[in-house]
Design a protein around this ligand. Structure first.
Ligand code: AP5
Ligand code: MG
Ligand code: ZN
Length: 216
């Protein structure tokens, strides 16, 4: 299955993608995670991406589209994938559909996780992420079993550099102007499935699977 998880920053895309990709047995491809890993490893891509990410701005399409196209050509993505955080501009959406068309493949669905701004602010304020595997936690809504330690890999939990008040404000503004138009774009293509992202994590997972017509 080829699925896109669309939604504002902090909607729970990463949290859901980690679970849903296992159920679907497809790789979880997150552009945010790819950039963060490159920033940690101080690669050329990381140095370039950091300038934008820490300010809450999008990495330019010229960098992002090619990166994702190459990733989708890797062997593990042959049977499908779950995209988290891509596309997030109309140009990226068009590029993805063109890429699929050229390889005679189709997108199965775009799941839109709908969460209002007030809730997004609370989620990003309390978020902690694993510095090794990228898993997301929340001090109140989804605490790790042990303070500051990742349940999955025992990595150290940190605050994301783009979770500062300034950067969060900018990310929400950029989302409204650059990413939100994709909701309508995919609706017109008949691919959009809306899911209420304000429920508990496991309820949202159930609703996403239902939207994809997957029975577990
Ligand atoms: P990215 O890492 O994708 O960030 P984002 O889209 O801003 O989304 P987040 O990762 O902040 O939120 P999420 O939806 O994954 O939520 P999470 O599961 O963590 O991108 C980072 C940056 O990279 C971008 O700003 C941009 O600069 C750049 N970038 C990435 N992709 C790009 C692209 N395609 N083009 C250009 N630039 C790009 O959950 C959030 C919190 O809520 C957590 O604390 C979690 O525990 C909690 N939570 C989750 N679900 C629930 C629930 N149901 N109830 C209560 N709490 C919950
Ligand atoms: Mg994420
Ligand atoms: Zn971890």
């Amino acid at each position: 299955m080829r699925v896109v998880l669309l939604g504002p920053p902090g909607a729970g895309k990463g949290t859901q993608a980690k679970i849903i990709s296992k159920v679907l047995s497809v790789p979880h491809i997150s552009t945010g995670d790819i950039f963060m890993k490159n920033i940690r490893e101080e690669t050329e891509l990381g140095i370039k991406a950091k300038e934008y990410i820490h300010k809450g701005l999008l990495v330019p399409d010229e960098v992002t589209i090619g990166l994702v196209e190459n990733r989708l050509e890797e062997e593990d993505a042959g049977e499908g994938y779950l995209l988290d955080g891509f596309p997030r501009t109309l140009s990226q959406g068009e590029a993805l559909l063109k890429h699929l068309e050229s390889s005679h493949k189709m997108l199965d669905a775009v799941v839109f996780l709908d969460v209002p701004h007030e809730e997004l602010l609370l989620r990003m304020e309390g978020r902690r992420v694993c510095s090794s595997c990228g898993a997301s936690y929340h001090l109140t809504f989804n605490p790790p079993r042990e303070m500051e330690v990742c349940d999955l890999c025992s990595g150290h939990l940190i605050i994301r550099k783009d979770d500062t008040e300034e950067a969060v404000k900018e990310r929400l503004r950029v989302y409204e102007s650059e990413t939100k138009p994709l909701v309508h774009f995919f609706e017109l293509k008949g691919l959009l499935r809306r899911v209420d992202g304000t429920k508990e994590i496991d309820e949202v997972t159930e609703d996403v699977l239902e939207a994809l017509q997957i029975k577990v």
